[in-house]
Design a protein. Structure first.
Length: 92
């Protein structure tokens, strides 16, 4: 299984593909002071593969590299940060 995550600036979201096929996304809406993350989706047929974790990890690492903060509205993103406190510094 070959996964790839990229930021889609036109749609303001990080997208993950599996073997070249779209598998899901996490929204990353730039609101000036912070990036709001309201929604994470992994298509049902790709469930159970750990793609949401891969996707959110990539997104948060990229946001950190850009020296930005986030507003984690999505329950999955909130839970991920609680379980991975090394990302707590990103929360605005």
């Amino acid at each position: 299984m070959n996964t790839n995550v990229e930021f889609n600036a036109d749609r303001e979201r990080y997208e993950i593909t599996v073997d070249g096929e779209f598998a899901g996304h996490v929204d990353a809406l730039d609101e000036g002071a912070a990036i709001r993350m309201p929604h994470t989706v992994v298509l049902e047929r790709f469930g159970g593969l750990g793609l949401a974790k891969t996707l959110v990890t990539y997104a948060l690492d990229d946001i950190r590299a850009r020296e930005r903060k986030i507003v984690p509205v999505c329950p999955y993103v909130e839970s991920f940060i609680e379980k991975n406190p090394s990302y707590a510094d990103l929360v605005n």
